[in-house]
Design a protein around this ligand. Structure first.
Ligand SMILES: NC(=O)c1ccc[n+]([C@@H]2O[C@H](COP(=O)([O-])OP(=O)(O)OC[C@H]3O[C@@H](n4cnc5c(N)ncnc54)[C@H](O)[C@@H]3O)[C@@H](O)[C@H]2O)c1
Length: 384
């Protein structure tokens, strides 16, 4: 683990649970980041995690925040703690990278963004998979007009019937159990819609309106019905200022499907998995229709990734993502005095959309989206 201590940007983790192991596994891909230490309000968890990974455990949040070698705090606490923890770190003059959702309501999220801006601090939020090789390849294909003008998107974030899986046995390498009660309470939309919403807003710009439908279809996930759980099925139609329309489905009942299709005038781009930075990107181009009555698309062709997703340090589970890439992009931006690709205003916009969808646990809603953001920059290796 010594390489983790020698980078140029000091970081610290608050929260040593299930996801923290994903960050630990992928951190060595970014030797410019130096993990100074970790803290968890559950001292047993802190002890187990720091012992397992051989990292320094801070004895209190105050000790962590007083460490002048820490530039960025990575907030890996539960969603219900995100606001309070991020706010405290910003007040102490730290830059913050937060796991998603970076707050559970828009008022708190706006407060964090405005406070960070006032203090000249950088705030950014997961998910960072839009910086992955697959997403960057899709985006490059769109810029190259491989499918002409994009019109319609179908994006699926169905995780399978999690309550029928042996989820109580899911344990991270350092021994953290998967926090199923929290996951069911927060729900698949607030937990996961941000993956594709981040991609799509990076590709197509700001959203103007969301129409959504949500239901808690199976409240008895833990035996007796629990209406405190969030919707386990949501379906939203999202309209972008640019005219593109997307349909996004999230849920924990239907079989796993994390696919994306983008339909344009000259063809269809597709990806079968958004939690794999190396997932294939395919295109079906518009075919010559002179000899066919119904077929109008050619066979699928692979589009080579803009670069191979062969980074060495991985956490391969139901996903294969470099979780630490967002922190690294943020550290590089702080060094340049620039905004990270996943800016706070972009994260706020994503959250406003996600909340508009997830806020409908048993309702339909039409929400005008008010926030906006500056265009997101592609990764330098993805070309113009
Ligand atoms: N579990 C996953 O597969 C997964 C994947 C991607 C992202 N995430 C996100 O990561 C975040 C954490 O999820 P997790 O699965 O690791 O949860 P977890 O419950 O396993 O871990 C969270 C940890 O944060 C600690 N914590 C909570 N409040 C705190 C506070 N105020 N100060 C210090 N420590 C505090 C808890 O004690 C706990 O150990 C969530 O936002 C979740 O959406 C989770």
């Amino acid at each position: 683990m010594s390489g983790l201590m020698t980078g140029t940007t000091g970081i610290a983790f608050i929260g040593c649970g299930y996801v923290a192991d994903f960050y630990m596994a992928t951190l060595p891909n970014h030797p410019e980041l130096a993990l100074r230490g970790v803290y968890d309000c559950d001292s047993e968890r802190s002890k187990k995690f720091s012992g397992f990974h051989g990292v320094h455990p801070y004895s209190s949040v105050e000790e962590l925040l007083a460490d002048e070698t820490v530039t960025i705090v990575v907030n890996l606490t539960n969603p219900g703690s995100h606001y309070e923890v991020s706010r405290r770190c910003l007040e102490a003059g730290k830059h913050v990278y937060s796991e998603k959702p970076f707050a559970e309501d828009l008022r708190q999220a706006t407060d964090l963004v405005e406070f960070a801006e006032e203090r000249g601090l950088t705030l950014s939020s997961a998910p960072c998979s839009a910086l992955g090789e697959t997403a960057q390849t899709v985006w490059r294909a769109l810029r190259d007009e491989v499918i002409g003008r994009p019109r319609l998107v179908y994006a699926e974030l169905d995780d399978g019937a999690v309550h029928q899986m042996p989820y109580r046995t899911w344990i991270s390498p350092s021994g953290a159990p998967w926090p199923y009660e929290d996951e069911f309470r927060v729900g698949p939309t607030l937990e996961h819609a941000g993956y594709y919403v981040t991609w799509l807003t990076a590709f197509f710009g700001p959203v103007s309106e969301v129409v959504s439908f949500g239901r808690l279809i199976q409240p008895e996930k833990l035996g007796t019905p629990d209406t405190g759980f969030a919707a386990d099925f949501t379906c939203a139609c999202i309209e972008f200022d640019s005219g593109v329309v997307a349909r996004l489905t999230c849920g924990t009942l239907a079989p796993e499907n994390h696919s994306l299709q983008i339909v344009g005038d000259a063809g269809v781009l597709s990806v079968s998995e958004c939690w794999d930075y190396g997932a294939e990107v395919k295109v079906r181009r518009r075919a010559d229709v002179s000899e066919s009555v119904h077929h109008y698309l050619a066979e699928a062709e692979k589009i080579p990734l803009v670069r191979p997703a062969d980074y060495p340090f991985r956490y391969q589970d139901t996903h294969d993502m470099d979780f630490s890439r967002g922190v690294a992009d943020m550290a590089a931006a702080i060094d340049r005095g620039a905004s990270p690709r996943l800016s706070a205003r972009h994260a706020l916009h994503v959250l406003e959309i996600v909340l508009a969808i997830s806020g409908t646990a048993d309702a339909t809603a039409r929400t005008v989206i008010r926030s906006t953001f500056d265009a997101v920059e592609p990764m330098p290796w993805a070309g113009r």
